[in-house]
Ligand binder design. Structure first.
Ligand SMILES: Cc1cc2nc3c(=O)[nH]c(=O)nc-3n(C[C@H](O)[C@H](O)[C@H](O)COP(=O)(O)O)c2cc1C
Length: 383
């Protein structure tokens, strides 16, 4: 199988077939099947919300590459009069810089420096993107779903209920057949905002946001995308605990770190190290499905997140590297990234799962290794 993997790596570097997940199942007896908010996916790799999911053309390229899901850029909620309490997040900024970032332990990684925030056009235009995404999904493409940031009040003040009601209903209308699938973005810039200085305030948001959204009266499956707050690991675990009991259906763990010197959100190995450390040390609270985000640049890192209960993974930075950084010489960035993540003979998902099998840490069922079993090992308290 190792020889076959080396040959496939070489071959698919020239052209990655769209149904590569089916090929992996046939050729390696590895079922990469994964889940996002209860939806069964052919494999765990999706695109995180951001500048790479603003236009239907980007979604079409992702469909051609066989990506499993795409979270659309975060829209800033508004009420029926167009008022947005979080208007400061709807800024227009096009300049992004893909940079090397050295981690504390010296490892060299990547980060994208960008000072923009949320969707900077109207809610109606965002709903048109949601509709375009639904068409792509219904035509056999990736699951494309919206992401939104709503009003987060200072302590003692009420939530702007009209924003929650109006925007959730508008998204549900654009989405069509219930339930609406939605990611709620608490970050990334929030971590650098003075509003996020109060621990109790942040925990209140996480606790109360699901009920605020559900009060809109539309059937909803909700993923809360938690940030890396500016506090210690214990606080990250506290956010996990509160998020697990909040009535959300899944948690995305965890958005980018905050660089206080440059005053920007950042990634790289410090981000995945911190996220994995927090997940490894969390307590035995009620378990909720997790979705990974943060410096996933190899299949091995993806499997590390899976072994802490993540059922799928959403990436941004790895879809933005300079072309020469991918081993494949052909294809879109999404195709090249998938090729490396899955087929790399040393660090890809296939190599990693075969390695887990060899070490007796993963077993075949009816002859197949299953990705979802990697996450079930840690997530199911009965095992
Ligand atoms: C340029 C850029 C824009 C982003 N915009 C959003 C956003 O609008 N909403 C959101 O939830 N996350 C946003 N993110 C965070 C990513 O979705 C992702 O969770 C994070 O970057 C960690 O993954 P990565 O290390 O693979 O980049 C953005 C990230 C980048 C680099």
């Amino acid at each position: 199988m190792r020889a076959q993997l080396a040959a496939d790596f070489e071959r698919f570097g020239r052209e990655l077939p769209r149904d590569w997940a089916a090929y992996v199942r046939d050729a390696y007896r590895i079922d990469l099947g994964a889940r996002y908010l209860g939806v069964e996916l052919p494999h765990p790799i999706g695109k995180a919300s951001g500048q790479l999911s603003l236009k239907p053309e980007q979604l079409e390229a992702d469909a051609a590459a066989g990506l499993a899901f795409v979270v659309l850029k975060t829209v800033i909620a508004e009420d029926e009069h167009g008022t947005r309490q979080m208007a400061a997040w709807a800024t227009h900024e096009t300049r992004m810089t893909v940079e090397h970032r050295r981690a504390r332990d010296g490892r060299d990684g990547w980060t994208v420096t960008w000072k923009g925030r949320g969707w900077d056009r109207s809610l109606a235009e965002y709903c048109a993107l949601v509709r375009a995404g639904r068409e792509i999904t219904n035509a056999g493409g990736p699951l494309c779903l919206p992401s939104a940031k709503y009003h987060l009040p200072p302590a003692g003040e009420p939530f702007a209920e009209a924003e929650y009601r109006h925007t959730t209903r508008a998204l549900a209308d654009a989405w069509g057949a219930a339930p609406l699938l939605l990611e709620f973005d608490f970050s990334p810039t929030l971590a650098g905002d003075s509003l996020a200085d109060e621990r109790e305030q942040v925990l209140r948001w996480i606790e109360e946001v699901p009920a605020q959204l559900r009060a809109a009266g539309v059937p909803l499956r909700l993923a809360l995308k938690l940030m890396n707050a500016r506090f210690d690991d214990a606080f990250q675990r506290e956010m996990l605990r509160v998020g697990s009991a909040s009535g959300a259906d899944a948690l995305v763990v965890f958005n980018r770190l905050w660089d206080p010197e440059r005053r920007v959100a950042c990634g790289g190995w410090d981000l995945s190290d911190r996220n994995l450390r927090v997940l490894a040390s969390r307590g035995g609270e009620r378990r909720i499905p997790l979705i990974a985000t943060g410096n996933i640049t190899t299949g091995r890192t993806l499997l590390d997140y899976a072994s802490h209960g993540c059922e799928s993974a959403e990436l941004h930075t790895f879809f933005q590297l300079p072309l020469g950084e991918y081993p494949a010489a052909h294809g879109s960035r999404t195709q090249r990234a998938l090729h490396a993540l899955v087929f790399d003979p040393a660090d890809g998902v296939i190599a990693g799962m075969l390695g887990l099998e060899q070490r007796g840490a993963l077993f075949r069922r009816q002859g197949e290794l299953r990705f979802i079993d990697v996450s079930a090992r840690s997530d199911d308290p009965r095992q």
